[in-house]
Design a protein around this ligand. Structure first.
Ligand SMILES: [Zn+2]
Length: 197
């Protein structure tokens, strides 16, 4: 009898795994197969929500907020939160953006169900291997900026935090967004439409 068998349950996978809970069942899965499974279940949810939306069956979205932010790597992250104010964006900046403040493009009322609709809408721009990141196509950027920040959300405290950081000489914020929109527009013109496929 083997003890401490932590091999991934996927057929022919020899990687070591970690317990992963799905539908109340704890499976041992490696990081790659955990990601695959999560991607598949998200894909299913996206399709169901999009179908419901297309027949007008969604009268209101789940609780929460969907945000679109520009990351230091230039990509657009579309995610949800219950608290779309200072703490959330500080957390994102610190944990997912090497301490560089994320640039808020839009915050819209509506939680996961709305996030899934947006993910479906922009799926052709999704960054492979990243759950919530999308290429900064000018059409996506303009769309997000057009949605803007819902009037119920107050981003003053977050903007104040960014300003304080800007003014600190020891922690300059790199210019990460300059020119990307223009570059993308040029790419669009010069390259085939299939650039991101
Ligand atoms: Zn595996």
């Amino acid at each position: 009898m083997t003890t401490n068998n932590m091999q991934c349950v996927e057929t022919e996978c020899t990687q070591e795994g970690q317990p992963y809970e799905i539908g109340g069942v704890h499976l041992i899965m490696c990081q790659y197969h955990r990601y695959q499974l999560a991607t598949k279940s998200k894909e299913r949810a996206r399709k169901v929500i999009a179908e419901l939306d297309s027949i007008g069956a969604i009268t209101h979205h789940t609780e929460g907020w969907t945000y679109m932010v520009r990351m230091a790597n230039g990509m657009v992250k579309i995610g949800t939160t219950k608290n779309p104010e200072l703490e959330r964006f500080q957390g994102l900046s610190r944990e997912k953006n090497q301490g560089v403040p994320v640039h808020v493009l839009a915050i819209v009322k509506g939680g996961e169900s709305l996030e899934y609709l947006f993910h479906e809408k922009w799926f052709s721009l999704k960054v492979p291997g990243r759950m919530e990141e999308f290429h900064p196509d000018p059409v996506l950027l303009r769309w997000a900026e057009g949605l803007g920040v819902d009037s119920e959300v107050n981003t003053d405290r977050y903007e104040g935090w960014i300003e304080k950081r800007h003014n600190r000489k020891d922690a300059p914020i790199p210019e990460v967004f300059g020119g990307v929109v223009e570059q993308m527009a040029q790419l669009r013109e010069s390259e085939a439409e299939s650039f991101w496929e």
